[in-house]
Design a protein around this ligand. Structure first.
Ligand code: DON
Length: 573
């Protein structure tokens, strides 16, 4: 079957039209010049919901749920589908994190982040700084050993209900028979044309040198074969045999260092989910090797020292949020890393006592300076999130990435996928800013087999009765943390609807650079002036990540929505 995005959307919209409209919460107080008006709608479904960056992939999730799959089956099916329909970020050649909360109360966090190849060294990029200054970002040396396939297969084998082959079948169908390209897909390829053309991906995505036009059908037979091998053999269909041979052959050809041994040794890691409370809610989120959960909980704990947050968009609120982020990111950038390699003080960083200590250092009338805290603070874009809730109440939050759009650009000929450029998430030169301007320390230095620190923040929020209330996460490097947290606070503290919580303007502060960023027209001019008067270095732009979320509807059922700043699809039944 040929799946066209427009047809599928029409089916989805048709299905949604039969559903009840969302219940009204108060319209959010957005600044007058803000690009989105409040009161937007979200998708609603009575039983189950999937929200992802791609409408076809979301509908694959719904298809699997309707066939009797649970939320984990659907999440894995969406993950494989995104590798076909959303190659800018969906992937087989990257890695990610999955946070699971089963309806019976079990929670789990799966770490399938890429690992540094065994031949990687602490200063491999520092040594190349003159000859290959972008080696951690572009080309064969930029990739960590992919974890995505091992992770999805592992999650499925522990929690899935359907056979693996059934869960991968929709992705195989999409790769084999193709899907109809929409304008967002065509534009994405066009924008990355130079990177893609530099490696083997041009043969698939730039036939005759040009991006596929809207309305044309894109087939990916090599990728379909890779997916078939995974469906038949599980992780061995990727980490051994033909796929592994193709990866290693391309690495050798291009001067990369990933070997058969690296692939054979790759294992995902089950970590206890990181849990914490915020007001009357419980958060279930991702522990290291992602910094997402720790940094969000630390920030939320600081916010919780204030009984009621100041109004959304006010100077007081923006100041408090900024100072909380500043303190949590200082710890993130200096103390966090792969827990298999460094001691990470997770309990202390996420404790209320520590948050109270940090809160006492906030002056309500003056901005702090990052440099004043700790000298080590100075020393010290592509991803996709999707959320699934099934009819039994099982919930899965997954974020996966190849780091930048189309990763390192390297495409595995014969296997049909892009490799990540995740090595840049290490402190490739401790003390120097990376792609996202993050200045990180020794805890995140490169070592063979180590996982690079991430900001991915897949999170499930439970209400005081223990019911799933929100399932969310996002993309955007360190802005994932600040954006996901602001959506949570928008819903829980500011009482916004899910759609307004996603559309609301955001700020970002990551300790270093010591700049409070805000979205254009996202703060009222008078607020910007008063923040400047308090000593904040305020700058417009690069303030936000992109969030996808599901929320429990008060009278039953689920709302699903994606960030209006990007493409996506939320669908349910
Ligand atoms: O793991 C991380 O934190 C980054 N590699 C995420 C990159 C990302 O979100 C890019 N997307 N815009």
């Amino acid at each position: 079957m040929i799946l066209g995005r427009l047809t599928i959307l029409a089916i989805a919209v048709g299905a949604l039209a039969t559903c009840r409209p969302p219940l009204a919460r108060d319209n959010a107080p957005f600044p007058p010049a803000w690009r989105f008006s409040p009161g937007r709608g979200a998708a609603y479904a009575a039983n189950a919901m999937v929200s992802s960056n791609d409408s076809i992939a979301s509908l694959v999730g719904v298809e699997v749920l309707r066939r009797g799959g649970n939320a984990v089956d659907a999440a894995v099916a969406v993950g494989f589908a995104l590798a076909v329909t959303y190659p800018e970020a969906g992937n087989l050649g990257g890695g990610g994190y999955m946070v699971i909360r089963m309806a019976d109360g079990r929670t789990a966090a799966l770490d399938y982040r890429e690992r540094a190849p065994l031949a990687a060294t602490r200063d491999m990029y520092a040594r190349l700084i003159d000859s290959l200054p972008r080696a951690s970002l572009v080309g064969h040396l930029a990739s960590g050993v992919p974890g995505a396939v091992a992770g999805m297969v592992e999650a499925h084998s522990k929690y899935g209900a359907l056979p693996l082959a059934d869960v991968i079948a929709p992705a195989i169908r999409l790769a084999d028979s193709g899907f109809v390209v929409d304008s967002a897909f065509a534009r994405s390829i066009e924008n990355a044309r130079e990177l893609i053309a530099g490696y083997a991906g041009g043969s698939v995505f730039l036939p005759n040198g040009v991006a596929p036009v809207r309305g044309s059908r894109l087939v990916q037979p090599d990728l379909a074969n890779t997916l078939r091998r995974i469906a038949a053999q599980g992780a061995a269909g990727f980490y051994e045999g033909e796929t592994a041979r193709l990866i290693v052959e391309e690495m050798r050809r291009g001067g990369g260092i990933i070997t058969e041994e690296d692939l054979r040794q790759y294992r995902p890691a089950w970590r206890g989910a990181l849990e914490g409370t915020y007001r009357s809610y419980r958060l279930i989120t991702m522990p290291p090797s992602s910094s997402g959960g720790v940094t969000m909980l630390e920030t939320l704990n600081i916010l919780e020292t204030v009984p009621a947050l100041p109004p959304f968009g006010s100077t007081k609120y923006t100041h408090l949020l900024t100072e909380a982020f500043r303190r949590a990111f200082i710890d993130r950038n200096t103390k966090l890393g792969d827990p298999d390699f460094v001691d990470v003080p997770v309990r202390r960083l996420t404790s209320d006592a520590y948050a109270r200590e940090l809160a006492t250092t906030i002056d309500s009338t003056r901005a702090s300076q990052t440099g004043a805290f700790d000298s080590t603070a100075r020393e010290a874009t592509h991803t996709t999130h999707y959320s699934v809730v099934d009819a039994a109440g099982n919930a899965v939050a997954t974020t996966t990435t190849i780091n930048e759009l189309y990763g390192s650009g390297v495409f595995i000929p014969g296997a049909g996928f892009f490799m990540n450029n995740e090595m840049d998430d290490f402190a490739t030169r401790p003390g120097e800013p990376n792609l996202f301007g993050l200045v990180q320390g020794e805890s995140n230095a490169i070592a063979p087999g180590k996982r690079m620190l991430s900001a991915m923040s897949p999170t499930i929020v439970l209400d005081s009765a223990g019911r799933v209330t929100l399932v969310l996460g996002g993309r955007g490097g360190p802005r994932i943390i600040s954006s996901t947290l602001q959506v949570i606070v928008n819903v829980l503290d500011h009482g916004m609807t899910l759609a307004d919580a996603l559309a609301a303007p955001r700020i970002h502060h990551q300790a270093w650079p010591d700049t409070l960023r805000y979205e254009t027209n996202g703060l009222a001019p008078a607020v910007v002036d008063s923040l400047r008067a308090m000593g904040h270095a305020v700058a417009e732009g690069r303030a936000t990540g992109l969030v996808k979320a599901i929320m429990r509807a008060p009278a039953g059922g689920w709302y699903g929505a994606y960030d209006p700043r990007t493409t996506g699809g939320a669908a349910g039944y």
